[in-house]
Design a protein around this ligand. Structure first.
Ligand code: 0X9
Ligand code: ZN
Length: 469
């Protein structure tokens, strides 16, 4: 590491911890930020370790040990402290939330306190009265004005199965590690007519594979609402195909991101056994979660996937180790001959630290290699229709290209599997809004505009793929 630090992180010493020092160095050549928490003689069990570099974009400092309560005096300052979007400090005893301040030019380093505040303002809570009123007048409390919890989504889905029983059916395809039901909503206006042949084509859309990308499940719910509540307007695409919508592929992670760690990405399983723990984790405790979008059984564990349970892109101990990816893959396999379009909705995620953000993109496979898919031109043409429809609605600009060329290599993704194994020709990952202005904390007021433009894209692509005319 170079000798001139551009960023210095200092944890203030106080009476209780006279020799506690946090140091971090970051310069242009070495963007890795390392935090080292020193143990002192008086507090031999106090340790703080954190790391941020290309491999670990999220700052995951964990504070463990006796007396490790930095809440009053912890301050982290530094020029160029560009950690704001992905900085996370988590861990047992990491009582930094209320009073910890992380500041710095160009960053004013937000942390849990600010994030919690941001959630409250960007995702306004419904009062008890509002909820009751909504339920009484509409039969559910989905508003599309806020990011709803899984229970609200399920209540709305349940409501649709009753109010539109001729169109909507729910299928439980499995359950998560925490025992939560994984639900797929089928929207169908009936079986194919004899002149159309016996099999009806199908479309699959999933959301919420990455817990913190809240806009994704919200948009799948929006699409569901359009298909069902506005059936008359969207009759053509609904009549032409069976729609399988899975708003939340990772409910455990999603709920965790609402209640404990806003920036959680993975599932909540624990494969971090004592045998594979390194020194750092002996201090930090075990690391939970698997990146669901690295867990699929197609070039699993290749480039851009990690074998470290503490890593954001941990691929899991084996392909389909996660009940969520396993259940979805089984469902897709059962219907693979009918599914003509596979869409998985994601959003701003910054799994690598560079200057540009990875969002507003219509992505084609492959993610595991830089080679093009054989039918790249077909897939591109179809993708163009989608991004043109988006821009027509709102002017929002989307890029289009393969994941590897526009993002980074990332193996074991669901779209690669859908194309490479299930043989679904049109398999895309859509990275929704925004491009980093709000990043993960996209205000709830953007749910409807994002839903509108995305639904326009889905309509145009579905028309081209499944409608006869
Ligand atoms: O890295 C990912 O899993 C996706 N981006 S995100 O920022 N939402 O995390 C991109 C996945 C692209 N597809 C494949 N790699 N197969
Ligand atoms: Zn994602």
């Amino acid at each position: 590491m170079r000798s001139i630090p551009l960023i210095t992180l200092l944890g203030l010493q106080n009476e209780e911890h006279p020799s506690l020092t946090l140091l971090g160095l970051q310069d242009e050549e070495h963007p890795s930020l390392t935090l080292i928490g020193l143990q002192d003689e008086e507090h031999p069990s106090l340790a703080l370790l954190g790391l941020q570099d290309e491999e670990r974009p999220s700052l995951t400092a964990r504070i463990t040990g006796r007396g490790a309560s930095l809440s009053h005096s912890a301050r982290i300052t530094g020029r160029g402290a560009s950690l704001s979007p992905s900085a996370r400090i988590t861990g047992r005893g990491a009582s930094l939330s209320p009073s910890a301040r992380i500041t710095g030019r160009g960053a004013s380093l937000s942390h849990s306190a600010r994030i919690t505040k941001a959630i409250v303002s960007q995702n306004p809570k419904l009062s008890k009265e509002q909820r009751t009123e909504l339920r009484e007048s509409k039969g559910h409390d989905m508003t599309f004005q806020r990011y709803h919890r899984y229970a609200d989504m399920l209540r709305y889905i349940e409501h649709l199965t009753v109010a539109f029983s001729h169109l909507v059916e729910v299928v439980t395809i499995g359950k998560t590690n925490e025992g939560v039901a994984l639900k797929v909503v089928k929207v169908s206006s009936g079986s194919a007519s004899p002149e159309e042949g016996t099999v009806k084509p199908a479309v699959w859309i999933d959301g919420g594979m990455h817990a913190r990308e809240w806009i994704s499940p919200a948009v799948v719910m929006y699409v569901l609402k359009q298909l069902v509540e506005r059936y008359k307007v969207n009759k053509k695409i609904v009549d032409s195909a069976d729609w399988y919508l899975m708003p939340l592929a990772n409910p455990d992670g999603y709920e965790y991101s609402h209640s404990i760690d806003r920036l959680w990405r993975k599932t909540r399983s624990n494969h971090d056994t004592t045998q594979n723990r390194n020194f750092g984790r002996l201090l930090w405790g075990s690391c939970e979660g698997v990146d669901l979008n690295r867990n699929w059984d197609f070039h699993w564990g290749g480039k851009g996937a990690s074998d470290d349970p503490c890593h954001e892109t941990y691929a899991g101990p084996r392909p389909f180790s996660e009940p969520e990816s396993r259940a979805i893959s089984e469902f897709l396999m059962d219907h693979k001959d009918r599914i003509k379009l596979y869409l998985t909705l994601h959003s701003y995620s910054q799994v690598r630290l560079t200057l540009h953000s990875y969002s507003q993109m219509w992505l084609l496979p492959w993610g595991f290699t830089s080679k093009k898919v054989p039918d790249y031109d077909d897939m591109y043409t179809m993708g163009r229709k989608a991004v043109e429809a988006i821009s027509k609605i709102s002017g929002t600009q989307y890029q289009i290209g393969s994941s590897t060329s526009l993002l980074y290599p990332s193996s074991g993704g669901s779209d690669d599997w859908a194309k490479g194994v299930a043989g679904i020709k049109y398999a895309y990952t859509v990275e929704l809004r925004d491009r980093g202005s709000y990043g993960f904390l996209l205000p709830a007021s953007q749910i409807i505009p994002t839903g509108k433009e995305t639904f326009a894209a889905i309509k145009s692509i579905a028309r081209a793929i499944v409608c006869k005319t």
